[in-house]
Design a protein around this ligand. Sequence first.
Ligand code: PLP
Length: 490
Amino acid sequence: MLDLLTNSSADTYRSLISHTSSRVADRFASTTQPFSGASRSELQSLVDGVALDGPGVGSTSAIREIDELFLEHAVWFHHPAYAAHLNCPVALPAVAAETVLAAVNTSVDTYDQSAVGTLMERRLIAWAADRAGFAGGSGVFTSGGTQSNLHALLLAREAALTATDLARPRALARLVVFATASSHFSVGKSALLLGLADDAVVEVADDGAGRMDAAALAVAMREAAASGRLPMAVVATAGTTDRGVIDPVAEIADVCDAHAVWLHVDAAYGGGLLVSPRRRHLLDGVERARSVTVDFHKTFFQPVSSSAILVREPRDLAAGAWHADYLNPLENDEPNQVDVSLQTTRRFDALKLWVTLRALGADRIGELFDTVIDLAATVGDEIAADPELELVGRTQLSTVLFRVRPAGAGDATQDALVAGVRRVLFESGRALVAKTVIEGRPCLKLTLLNPATTLDDVRRILAMVKDAATTLAGIAPEFDEALAAAEVPA
Ligand SMILES: *Cc1c(COP(=O)(O)O)cnc(C)c1O
């Protein structure tokens, strides 16, 4: 039986993995741009052209086929001209570990399915919690920051419901979560999933640069309480997805302590600072949170998925526990991770971080993150000094927001160019940048998470951005007037 990985197919496994990894290695060695630039219709017909109902073609042919289909047209996060979203090139030891965990296929739900795997995950969580300043803290690996945030807010909801005398349905309708407009969209989505009221997420004013204003938080909290609402949690963001700025966590913690409200720190992006040799202080105050989200698949250079929720008080996790006779009955005293996770069957993603820490050491991972933060600062300076570009705010991490302004272009042209430039670059496949909206105006965004990317690499991306903008503005010389006309109601 050579179709499944068993004792009798060990040699087939060895040759298939080596064949497959050598194809992947060839792609890494030869890929010259982050994306092929193939159009969506072209990709759709390639995908539709594969006969999924046909007879099997064998592993070697199937791998060749995905080499030509998927690897040929993949979006490559390791390429220096990839600067769009919060995706990183992955640590080599983690990729090796991925091979191991895929083959063994451990599920870290009950102890009897994972044994040492459970103990390794728990050790790693204790390590990460300790880095966050939660001595004796706990947590669990999750599929990503979205799940970590949902999980944290579930625990916060249960804590708030326990603390009130109101009956559950009445209390639920009154709960409020405080966050800024820059907080991640998973906060609002979690509020919906957790059955909170439509207006449960209260937007706290920021300091004009995207950071929560702690004084405004105190006011918002008093107002909510005065109108009969129940403050459930404050979500501080340590590294906003767009601006890469960090809410003043210690000041926010003071407000939370004064009102006995759960502080959750969403450090999905800034979590890498936990191991930064030069910037750990940017997370000062995080130890006063009740829960923290860290995405290892962003700033610890781990393959997707790898994230965790960390909690200061291990007992807080109990609010998420359910018991089933066949899995984790109450009388079972084994350390069952399913008791502290929203998932049941769950990948042993912790193995990747474990191997990375052992292979590189924590400082090295932090240095890699520091490198991209340094690069973003330099790129920010260059953009600020370039008359054809306009820097939008300053990051504390590794995003760079900007607009392009070809000679003579007004605001409306600059705004309209954002989507056009992004599309032109994407369609060429030569460079990938993102776009977002800051204070109502669109802007381009670079997310720098590749420590191998040089300043010259980024200069090349910026040159492509300017070329695309000049071309687009040239195609429509009356861009401004056309847009102004379009805004006049008919
Ligand atoms: C990326 C991000 C998330 C979501 O994490 P996923 O791993 O994509 O689910 C949450 N919060 C912030 C601040 C993020 O940057």
